[in-house]
Design a protein around this ligand. Structure first.
Ligand SMILES: [Ca+2]
Ligand SMILES: [Ca+2]
Length: 218
């Protein structure tokens, strides 16, 4: 009888093992429909107000059905505002006819984003892609941080003054101009910074505030 009980237990264990194997081999039912995913890459560097940061926004439909009412937008989270012209969004504009992504289709949009100094800190922006039938909204948004040089940063500016006699658009031997006043004026500056070029046509100015400045010579 002892042998018989063991035999029954062994049979039961075999049945249980088979049941578990069948359960593991059966995949969970996936949601069907369009499923957009977004990735965003911002140009590297530390940016100044007025700079245009190149933004590459890529959208992929990883689902098994077309996404037919697609649009995208940004939401400022913190820091300086990033301004992207409406027309740069192309067929992703909210106010436009919107667009379609076939299953498996990927497209990249090149968005020029201009930095302002509306707030301190780095620019933190959320990018979102929308489609009313998207089966998983978790991958429809991403947050990007664009480093921005602080508004009160004081730094040096160096320049090179040359006369482009051969008209090739760059300094050539013998074109350096010595003894020329190089003037610099920009945001937050009350007067020109003036430096005189050396024998190699080089000038250096200190005490320049961060931002876009306008150089000129006299
Ligand atoms: Ca999605
Ligand atoms: Ca030249």
């Amino acid at each position: 009888m002892k042998t018989g009980r063991f035999a029954r237990s062994a049979r039961a264990a075999c049945v249980l093992t088979a049941a578990l194997t069948i359960a593991a081999a059966t995949p969970a039912a996936a949601d069907t429909g369009p499923n957009l995913a977004i990735t965003v890459v911002a140009g590297q560097g530390r940016w100044l107000p007025g700079d245009t940061v190149p933004i590459d926004l890529t959208i992929t439909n990883t689902g098994d059905a077309p996404a037919t009412d697609v649009w995208a937008a940004t939401s400022q989270q913190s820091g300086p505002y990033l301004s992207i012209p409406d027309q740069a969004w192309g067929d992703l504009q909210f106010s436009g006819p919107r667009t379609t992504f076939a299953p498996g289709e990927t497209r990249t949009y090149h968005l020029p984003a201009t930095v302002s100094y509306s707030n301190p800190g780095d620019a933190v922006v959320e990018f979102d892609v929308f489609d009313t039938e998207d089966v998983d909204s978790n991958d429809n948004h991403t947050v990007v941080t664009v480093p921005v040089v602080p508004a009160d940063t004081i730094d040096r500016v160096a320049g090179h003054v040359y006369g482009d006699r051969d008209r090739d658009g760059k300094p050539s031997p013998g074109e350096d101009l010595a003894g020329v006043e190089a003037h610099l004026i920009g945001r937050g500056m009350t007067h020109d910074l003036v430096a005189v070029t050396d024998a190699a046509g080089r000038s250096r100015s200190t005490g320049c505030r961060s931002g876009r400045a306008t150089p000129c010579t006299s």
